[in-house]
Write a protein that binds this ligand. Sequence first.
Ligand SMILES: [Zn+2]
Length: 166
Amino acid sequence: MAVRTVITWGDPRLKVNSADVGEWTPELEQLVEDLFETALAEEGLGIAAPQVGINLNLAVVDLSCGEDPARKTVLINPEIVLTEGSQTGPEGCLSVPGIHEVLERPRKVRVKNRRRDGSWEELEGEDLLARAYCHEIDHLRGRLFVEYFGPVKRQLIQRKYQKNRR
Ligand SMILES: [Zn+2]
């Protein structure tokens, strides 16, 4: 297992509409392990493959931060099929270090997700889990959470981000 380097805001690989995962391979299993390891090391609740420079529709979510293996979720070619309600709360991203902004998300989502063996399942997420699913699936479509804000707010965020990194 290895912690991989997380690429950050401004890297073109974060803007790509990623490709679907095909047949499951040992390399993909290794990538999943590494993603969990990387999220844990960086204290994130999840991470998507594009964030380590691999443009595949693959992401992991673990709200228990390594405490509960049963809560580790692997998203493979996921698609949001239903959203309900809304929630407002702070959001951050390992690829946008130092920035936390309040963002509205659905309160509940249903996600069509492929399992490793190629069969499909439906996952349900509420509250923080719904937010995590939306956030990671956005990464697979080349979208960062800071891109939800209008130009003025976004410029402010960008300035703060650059200041933090100096
Ligand atoms: Zn993120």
